[in-house]
Design a protein around this ligand. Sequence first.
Ligand code: ZN
Length: 337
Amino acid sequence: MVAAGAAAAIPAVPHQASAATLLSASTSHAAQTAPVPPGAKGPVIPASGYLVEEIADRTFWVTDGLYQSIFLTTSDGVVVVDAPPTIGHNILRAVSSVTTAPVTHAIYSHHHADHIGAMSLFDGARRYAQAEVVKLLRQTPDRNRPLPDVSFEERLTLHVGDDEIQLDYHGPNHAPGNIFVHLPAQRVLMLVDVIFPGWVPFAYLAESQNIPGYLDAPARALEYDFETFVGGHLTRLGTRDDIAMHQQYIADLKTQAANAISTFNVDQVYGEVDPTNPWAIFNAYLSGVADQAAQAVTPNWIDKLGGADVYTWSNAYAAVESLRIDYGNLGPFGIRP
Ligand SMILES: [Zn+2]
């Protein structure tokens, strides 16, 4: 077994296209989207492809400009939260750059491969995840995401050396099993794939499987005592103000989605599509409602949050569909008179 953190064990040259390569390749299309607001920009990623910085007492973030993981150096080894494969071996390089201690504890924020798909690198570490994550990983076995050694339902407090790491599950949000990771002494909170500091959420409200849980999660986050927020993405870390701004965007989206459900002219749809094709009717209706909501929301955020022109339509679509089927605001598809 190779000790995690040993620099000699890490290949020197990455063999795959890095996230930085993807980013530079995409710059030729920059003109097709609105300028990225200054507040969405983060630190420059060094030529190595990753940035590692101490963000609180012995707490470091590692980022490639797209994904984020954190680690805490304790007197009893290194605790890592998440292992995005795009950062991959650079997480081990980052750890090795600040300590010779091995990674002894690995925490899974949730089961998605894009955030924990390099967990296999922490050979010998004890792995922790919420119980739903175990079920989901059993469903789709992946050697890069080993089953955790320890699982919990609602709460697990880890004591490593003199440090405390609080893992809380408040129910499904972006995904079942997605937890809040709190370092109380360091005043750091990590909650992945919910709030994207400086940016609107990823497509379809971060492709959340439980939209009401997703919508509630930022308020739960603000109940914690923290100064630094780690969202797992994108260009930078966050603060409490970033969560408040995210909540304002979501509130605007919900308001305009509800408004569009009540005011959208359904007759317009029936005039446009094959009346014998119910899928065409649904598609035209939901797309039309999402169009109307997105047109009202996007201008309010285009200068404030990155990607407002890119993902507000899909976020509006997800908000509309959730208002309909989760909250029962069915508009013209309600109880027939
Ligand atoms: Zn995810």
